[in-house]
Design a protein around this ligand. Structure first.
Ligand code: SAH
Length: 581
């Protein structure tokens, strides 16, 4: 095993002992010459090899600056290693390549094995890095196949750590074809490296700029692995950019941010102007570009096209998972009840399940997408029998699990927001463990009504100077008891789920016990995001009366706080109702 690293060969003197593989020799000469190795000593193994090597070297001598010297007089290994090197390193050679037959090539004899071992040991003792052709035992390092862009220096190498023979080259070819070329990696890197170098040029012209910022944001990062990214997103005070130094710093930060966050596609086209311009996009320019590409865009942006792409991806993920996974029972959040708010993960779970267990509260719209060949079971739940409904569902889960089915337990909103998701997770997990079943519980998030309902009712839950916190509570605590509510606070948005059927005691508790301001704006949001959504605004002091007048359209929740009127001011009426989405 080993680590991949980048070694600087500049100015070094290398020695190659043996000329067994002319291919290896020619390959190394090419690579080392590019890496600015200064001298290359070659010890041919036979008369025949000597002439072959001479021909080869003649071929290269015009093109490369590395001096190639053939050592054909008799010298000892010690002399080769200790006398040919650079003066500054006491004449010790910098690196040794062994090009002799090996066990793998089938031509090795005991003689060669002994020679190699002796050279290796001598190098090892003197700390000279050595690489032997097809012979890891007698090597301290070896070069690996790479793809490289000479302009930018970007290089990708693959090592199988001695396990793969030529798999590395094969993989590289695949990566080059499928990823590198498809994503125009060269273009994107060239653009970014070009921008960075242009900025570097500017940097060298301004004495006020120091390297600290560039280190911080990663524009100088030789050791990418060791880059301390903790300061990357450090808070920058928004102030007017005055002088050139500040302009430069802002452009540098922008480049670093783009590298981190932008897709490759976009990085290909960023310009220096974009980095310096405050308003980075000239809209008319990009609009005209878009109209040129209209036909391509129409195809790429059609909803069907995008959905198809997503479906394909999900399908592959599912197949990959299926091949190695146990059966699953998934607690799936189905959002507030509208198809548009179902997540792709939820759709994927529904379509791949054998058995679907749902609450009575899951609306028809959602149930309508369940394919006919799936078993669907809806728990018989009515006010007061929540516990027994839970038990019914659990029994069904047990049955399904013992039959080895993939089960989806469809839940309203998000499973972990007042949805008994935590309890069900433990219960199911315990059951699986106790019965040693080959299944696993998975939880899939959903859009919670607590967060969706305020938004669809035009209530920004947090807004500077109006509300800086959100409190999500239930009007019905465990065993049907009222919860303990906090004292009143002005700059807060309070959301009560499961509270509409008992507003009387809720309001009494808040106003009389907890001293909530009864002028507080209140909004009742029912069937949020569904077609028959209803939004009713009033004040805390009128809430009971208003609920009496409008009746109920479950499920619904109550939002309280000044944010209720942040976008839609109070018009002085007892209440206002807005129907539909
Ligand atoms: N897990 C769910 C909440 C379950 S408790 C979620 O995250 O949304 C059930 C309560 O959620 C209902 O009593 C009601 O207060 C609220 N609720 C669920 N769907 C709703 C909707 N579409 N509109 C308004 N309130 C809803």
């Amino acid at each position: 095993m080993g680590v991949l690293s980048v070694i600087n060969f500049t100015g070094e003197y290398h020695l190659m002992i043996g000329t067994y593989s002319i291919n290896y020799l020619s390959n190394k000469i090419k690579i080392l010459a590019k890496q600015n190795v200064k001298k290359f000593f070659l010890v041919p193994t036979s008369e025949q090899d000597l002439s072959k090597s001479k021909v080869l070297i003649n071929e290269y001598s015009e093109e490369i600056e590395t001096e190639i010297i053939i050592v054909d007089n008799l010298v000892t290994v010690s002399d080769l290693l200790m006398k040919l090197g650079r003066e500054e390193v006491n004449s010790i050679i910098d690196r040794v390549w062994i090009n002799l037959p090996s066990k793998i090539t089938g031509n090795s004899t005991l003689k060669y094995e002994e020679v190699k071992k002796a050279i290796f040991e001598k190098c090892h003792k003197n700390r000279i890095p050595i690489s032997s052709l097809h012979d890891s035992e007698n090597s301290k390092f070896h070069l690996i196949p790479t793809i490289k862009n000479e302009k930018t220096g970007i290089e990708l190498g693959i090592s199988t750590n001695k396990n793969g023979c030529i798999i590395g080259t094969k993989l590289l070819k695949e990566i080059e074809l499928r990823f590198w070329k498809n994503n125009h990696i060269d273009e994107f890197v060239e653009n970014i490296v070009g921008l960075r170098n242009a900025l570097k040029q500017l940097k060298s012209q301004d004495d006020n700029i120091n390297d600290d910022l560039w280190y911080q944001i990663g524009l100088i990062a030789q050791d990418e692995e060791g880059w301390d990214s903790s300061k990357f997103n450090e808070f920058v005070k928004e102030e007017f950019i005055k002088n050139n130094t500040q302009k430069f710093e802002s452009a540098s930060r922008w480049l670093a941010q783009m590298i981190q966050y932008y897709p490759l596609k976009t990085l290909k086209t960023v310009t220096l102007k974009d980095l310096f311009q405050n308003d980075s996009n000239d809209m008319t320019e990009s609009l005209s570009l878009m109209s040129e590409n209209k036909e391509v865009l129409a195809e790429e942006t059609s909803l069907n096209h995008v959905l198809q792409k997503i479906t394909e991806k999900l399908q592959t993920q599912r197949e990959e998972k299926n091949s190695k996974e146990k059966n699953t029972i998934k607690l799936v959040g189905s959002g507030p009840g509208s198809l548009s708010m179902l997540t792709l993960q939820a759709i994927e779970a529904i379509t791949s399940a054998d058995l679907i267990l749902a609450d009575k509260l899951i609306p028809e719209e959602i149930l309508s997408i369940i394919p006919d060949n799936k078993q669907l079971y809806i728990a018989k739940k009515f006010p007061g029998n929540a516990d027994s409904a839970q038990q019914q569902l659990f029994n069904k889960c047990q049955e399904g699990l013992s039959l080895g089915l993939n089960i989806v337990r469809l839940k309203q909103g998000d499973p972990y927001v007042f949805g008994r998701g935590g309890e069900e997770f433990i219960q199911l997990n315990d059951y699986i463990t106790e019965n040693k079943l080959n299944s696993r519980v998975e939880v899939i998030p959903g859009l919670s009504s607590a967060l969706v309902a305020p938004l669809v009712a035009d209530i920004p839950m947090t807004m500077r100077n109006i509300s800086n916190e959100i409190l999500i509570m239930t009007g019905t605590g465990t065993g049907g008891n009222l919860n303990t509510y906090p004292e009143y606070k002005e700059e807060r948005t309070s959301i009560f789920l499961m509270g509409l059927h008992r507003v009387e005691i809720l309001v009494d508790n808040l106003v009389n016990e907890k001293k909530w301001n009864d002028e507080t704006a209140v909004c009742i949001v029912e069937r949020a995001a569904c077609e028959d959504q209803r939004v009713t605004r009033t004040k805390l002091k009128h809430l009971v009366e208003v609920v009496g007048v409008i009746g109920s359209r479950p499920p619904g929740l109550i939002v309280m706080g000044p944010a209720v009127n942040a976008l839609i001011p109070d018009n002085g009426e007892l209440y206002t109702v807005k129907e539909g989405i």
